[in-house]
Ligand binder design. Structure first.
Ligand code: SAH
Length: 474
């Protein structure tokens, strides 16, 4: 039977969902076609991963407060490109509990004689309510955004709110008295609880404060991050960069597989949260840098850092040419690119594919059902030396031995994994090759000052030797 088309009555005015004329199956096909059109020339596009439950997925809900002409208090969303509020009491994509809490706040205003803010006069009390819910732990944060710091009978108000919704774990007052389209202001007062909530995601705990960025679709994020980890296939010897790292989620999840993770993020608050997140998860092999990702990568490339995997998750505008140039200089074996905008992704993949990388996998994920947004994870890997270019070379004229031309690192790794069931890094292969007298790229064997370079264990050494013999390299 055909699924009923989205039944929302305010969809047009609200403008938040653009695909309401399609069934969910049709939306998935539409997004798949969009990604194929933009990215299909790089590599086959895997079938989009859809949501099992494409409704009520938004874990962060915000409502603007105002009055109708007749003076009735309403809450909802701004009509697209206007300043009129469209009344929304329940929404098909927002968390149901969050919607209920917002309606309760609105009802309580009257009994507490509290007013709503009027942005024309700059007078009045409540401007917005923001609710964040941690789907993994059930914790709920309510942020009351007010036009003035004075909050009469705040304790009684919070008590009354919690009486109706005992599941609320923290309430924060945020003061925003400026003429701005930003929802949150600078000043904050914790009225109840800790002032933040903690979510649990893929075995780790993450602190979410009123201002910190956190992915809005919990189930979708689990699928997205798991796919990214599967593509990255990080091993214990790998040094990983997590660029555009937000509150550190991807880097922290990657740290369990890696030797070391280096995260870089521009937003100071996000970096502070990321450090706290690493601490509450007892993670020691991750470092966070508050910097522009491009500048940070330029410096890393200049210092000739040894990096095995780059994870990157830039904003909608995509990355910069300088950032990508630096990635190519660092020459990690793999780059995993997570993108919320397939247009800028297409542009950036063009750069990577012209500069030594090959697109191996493209996986769209439907993180935002009913909207026209689509998230995509891409695996790029270093292009292997071309084996099919027909040129005659006299090896004696070159500064490499015949053996060096025989098998790529990846082929050796694949062979060792298949035959011996062991994962080996490029570093270990290079150590064994060096031991066998095969000329080696120097930077594999040299650690940065103060960094200890791990030594290939005996068992792996023997397996690599076997591979080198197999490929007639020794
Ligand atoms: N990886 C995170 C956050 C992704 S959102 C997650 O999955 O939750 C993109 C992030 O890039 C935001 O946190 C934003 O602050 C950051 N950002 C934007 N421009 C940046 C830049 N030039 N350098 C570093 N980080 C930047």
């Amino acid at each position: 039977m055909k699924e009923k088309v989205f039944p929302c009555t305010v969809a047009k005015k609200c403008g938040g969902c653009q695909l309401t004329n399609m069934t969910y199956e049709e939306q998935l096909s539409f997004k798949q076609a969009k990604v194929i059109k933009l990215l299909g020339r790089f590599c086959r596009v895997d079938r989009i991963i859809g949501m099992k439950e494409p409704y009520h997925y938004r874990n962060k809900v915000q409502a603007a407060f105002g009055r109708t002409r007749s003076g009735m208090i309403i809450s909802g969303v701004y009509q697209s490109s206007t300043h009129n509020i469209v009344k929304v009491d329940s929404c098909y994509i927002e968390d149901k509990k969050a919607d209920e809490i917002i309606v309760t706040v609105r009802e309580l205003l009257k009994s507490f004689h509290l007013t709503v803010f009027d942005d024309r006069t700059g007078k009045g009390f409540l401007r917005h309510v923001l609710v964040k819910r941690a789907f993994g732990t059930g914790e709920i944060m309510v942020v009351l955004v007010t036009g003035t710091p004075i909050f009469k009978s705040k304790n009684d108000f919070c008590r009354a709110l919690r009486k109706v919704h005992p599941e609320i774990t923290t309430i924060v007052q945020n003061v925003n008295n400026s003429f701005t389209s930003l929802v949150l202001g600078e000043k904050e007062f914790v009225l109840y609880g800790d002032g933040y909530i903690t979510d649990e995601l893929l075995g780790f705990r993450f602190r979410i404060s009123p201002k910190s960025f956190y992915q809005i679709n919990y189930e979708g994020t689990k699928l997205l991050y798991s796919k990214a980890m599967q593509f990255a296939d990080i091993s214990k010897e790998d040094r990983v960069i997590d660029a555009y790292s937000g509150v550190g989620t991807i880097g922290i999840i990657a740290s369990q597989y890696a030797k070391e993770v280096i995260s870089v993020e521009l937003n100071r608050d996000a970096v502070r949260d990321a450090r706290i997140n690493a601490a509450i998860n007892n993670i020691e092999n991750i470092r966070f840098f508050c910097a522009d990702a491009t500048e940070f990568l330029l410096a890393a490339a200049e210092e000739n850092e040894k990096i095995d995997v780059v994870l990157m998750d830039p904003p909608r505008a995509g990355s910069t040419v300088e950032f990508m140039k630096s990635v190519c200089t660092l020459a990690p074996e793999k780059v995993v690119y997570i993108s919320c905008n397939p247009e800028t992704l297409a542009r950036d993949l063009t750069f990577f594919t012209k500069n030594g990388y090959k697109v191996k996998k493209i996986q769209p994920v439907d993180m935002f059902p009913h909207t026209n947004h689509v998230e995509t994870v891409v695996l790029l890997s270093q292009r292997r030396p071309d084996t099919h270019i027909d040129i005659k070379l006299d090896l004696s004229e070159l500064d490499i031995t015949a053996a060096e031309t025989k098998a790529t690192y990846q082929e050796i790794k694949d062979y060792v994994l298949e035959k011996h069931g062991l994962k080996v890094s490029s570093l270990y292969i290079s150590q064994v090759k060096a031991k066998c007298g095969i000329i080696e790229r120097e930077n594999y064997n040299k650690g940065k000052e103060g960094h200890r370079v791990p030594k290939c264990p005996k068992e792996k050494e023997e397996a690599i030797m076997d591979a080198l013999k197999h490929f007639n390299m020794i």
